[in-house]
Design a protein around this ligand. Sequence first.
Ligand code: ARG
Ligand code: ZN
Length: 875
Amino acid sequence: RTIYLKDYQAPDYLVDRTDLTFDLDPHATLVTSRLKVRRNPAVARAEETLPPLWLDGSDLELLSVSVDGELLPAQRYQEKPGGLALSVDRAAFELEVQTRIAPEANTSLEGLYLSNGMYCTQCEAEGFRKITFYPDRPDVMSIFTTTIVAPATYPVLLSNGNRIDSTTTEDGRLRVTWEDPFAKPSYLFALVAGDLQHVEDHFTTCSGRTVKLQLFTEARNIGKCAHAMASLKHAMRWDEEVYGREYDLDIFMIVAVDHFNMGAMENKGLNIFNSACVLASPETATDAAFQRIEAIVAHEYFHNWSGNRVTCRDWFQLSLKEGFTVFRDAEFSADMNSRAVKRIEDVILLRTSQFAEDAGPMSHPVRPDSYMEISNFYTLTVYEKGAEVVRMIHTLLGEEAFRRGSDLYFERHDGCAVTCEDFVVAMEDANSADLKQFRRWYSQAGTPVLEVTDAYSEANGEYSLTIRQHTPATPGQNDKLPLHIPVKIGLLDESGSPLPLDTSGREEMVLHLTEAEQTFTFNGIASRPLPSLLRGFSAPVKLRYGYSSAQLQFLMRHDSDPFNRWDACQRLALDSLCKLQQQYRAGAALESPGTLIEGFAAVLDDVTLDPALVAKMLSLPSAQELAEQEGDIDAAAIIAVRVFARDAIAKALEARFLARYRALDRRKPYTPAAEDIAERSLKNTCLTYLCAAGNADSLTLAKTQFERGENMTDTAAALAALVEFGPEEQSENFLEAFYQQWQQDTQVVETWFGLQSGSAKFGTLERVQKLMSHPAFDVKNPNKVRAVVAGFAMRNFTQFHREDGSGYNFLADQVIALDKLNPQIAARLVTPLTRWRKYRAEESGQIRAALQRISDSGKLSSDLYEVVSKSLGQD
Ligand code: ARG
Ligand code: ZN
């Protein structure tokens, strides 16, 4: 069943107070819900007959319903698929509903479930209805009180807000009550019960209040909390300084759980995290994990304002909180680390994955018009492209105006459930700005393409840029209108110096592209300049301008925008790889990519560049990104030319890689500080190229680095190089030694799984199949499934696209099996198969057949059904 944004209706009834009591038991948890319900005055008419009250519910055993203390006779309510309809005879009443649920049997990880014996919840988007019958929609906001009763073996009982009571019952059980003074929708509810340890700290807010900070984990992980705690305090300070947002409760808690569908969840005062996104120690976590934790802790914390205090009216508005919060966490990470590197990483994600989503069967606008299953819309488009849309508002209005807009937004809508439109209106009203055309970014799907040409007249000293925009059709949207696109630019003279763009002398400006075709003219330009376009990736578009290799190399050296220096290098690499692909497809001998090697040499020789930026510049575009470039994807060609180019670069620049490696191999104590992360990333990039060059001495370097085992970043990078380039038998031994050392550590075992599923070596599929019966594998744990199955299907282009199609069949089998346990994970995992139309006939047929087999396998969950049917084109 499809739900449409245009059908939105305000709720018939409001719930002023929600009182919940949980009597916890793995097989039979008793949930008693007492609601103060009243007719929504905004929709009530005089002398009306009261409409029925609809309560969402799924997988619940209904025990009783009472109104104002009296049991409701059966004819007054009706259980239907998806909920309960109650006939109502008064405009305000107290409703009590008793239900029974079985957390132990809940493998969907939505609602109340068990993870390693610990009770926890995940309610966003529609998980609360698996706990009790309730108007489970974000525009119903209520004050929650939660009482938890559990055996003494669960000494820690947590919920949202402040703990207001704690007693022991007559039969020796623990009984704790929490109250959250802030009205919230049900999706922000949380409950945790377990035998947990915690670390504690505190934060003094800008107005001088002390907030207690607690991070809960199982005892074995208590030594892995310091980084998340430090990140939380940085985030709290940053939100005060940059957005003027102060924390509002006296306590803020984070709980780490091993079984979790996503990264983390911003439940009011009680964030619940996937262990992998919160736990870290220098010995066990990679630099990437440290940075991810910092970002996600901040993201969830920032939701306290952008999401909780101001929430979404309905789920079509999801990007209101997610796009904005991703933008906020990206800016936070940029402030804490290297701004350019953060931007590059985000743009890589957009170009490889979001652009592909925008061009595929699930393509949807940042604010979707319809969905079957909202869980399928927690997408790169809603999150990442949504963040780009907020970033563009920031770019168009400027820093101060944007802050005025966000202040007005928070002030105007505090305590309310609102829309993307409300956000844009606040930005306009605070600045008398006009974002009328800009709004199309919310409703129009697809990635716009900008084609840029230029002209120069020496006689007039006049330079002009002509930009044409068009957005390709997407499912359900054939005709696209021109968007309001901020194009940040600069112009470079022959010496590489920036040219003044107007009489004010500024050297960078934002062009407002609003027409399908538009020309921008610059005067007083003494000689033909080289344009630096779309600086900092000022809009989520594909930009085309016919740069020559020489011009790209010039930009790589001279552009004042570090992002565009990297981007010029990427374009150079893309051009080289495309040329190689043409040679490959024509059956011609592949020519060494001389220009690219020259460019990389210059980058390696420039010791003034940030090593992290150098590492990014030296990384070839991924196979996925190459695939995204073309219509008729030839997987074999992509794989072959990438390996060819990599090896050619490795051999040609071996001496340089070795010199840089040696210079960076400092052996100092580990810190996750940005400068150290930068050095390690370049060092390990060099190590990988060295090993690819195939010299035995390089493998010895990797072996030494692996055996020193100084930190997980260096150890894992060395192990990956050994697995990829070393002799088979030896790499088996290294993998085994690594497992023996770390088998007790859940997060490291996940890293170990990922190293193997991502190996480009032939035989990875068989290895992956074997790993699925490894004692450390658990099909009910999404992290394990992601490490092994998604690691293979989504991050291992080479082996997933094995010519015999066995990769596709393997994935289809896994998706079918997983759908019975965890529909959300199954629907995500199927993504690579949904792209079948983009491949050339051979692969396309095989992928489609795998998809068809899923479709024919029996009754699918609504999650998987939506993705599969849209991909096959049945809907
Ligand atoms: N709001 C959470 C976050 O962005 C994600 C929750 C995802 N839930 C889901 N069912 N997909 O931080
Ligand atoms: Zn979020």
